[in-house]
Design a protein around this ligand. Sequence first.
Ligand code: SF4
Ligand code: SF4
Length: 91
Amino acid sequence: MDDIKYSEKLKEVLDKHEGLCCHCGSCCGATDGDYCIQLTKKSDNKYYCKIYKNRIGMQGTVSGKQFACIPIRDFLKFNPPYPKCAYSKGI
Ligand code: SF4
Ligand code: SF4
């Protein structure tokens, strides 16, 4: 496989994986009352991260609590599963 095809395949796999997110916002605090300040709800009634591509690292919640935003696969190792989250089901 040449480099371009490899890159295209990688993007396809990544897009498919990202597409599993239903944007419930649970992992960003949408359901616990102290959500991340980078979280926003759009007109489709789904939650999105305002800085998604640069999200990894220290962030803050609306109450001022500091926390580290980490990839969902790591986040789920330390937190209970979310019923709506495909990644919680081990996908
Ligand atoms: S920075 Fe992390 S926790 Fe905050 S909204 Fe974005 S993805 Fe969610
Ligand atoms: S809990 Fe899962 S489905 Fe919900 S926003 Fe987070 S990654 Fe997406």
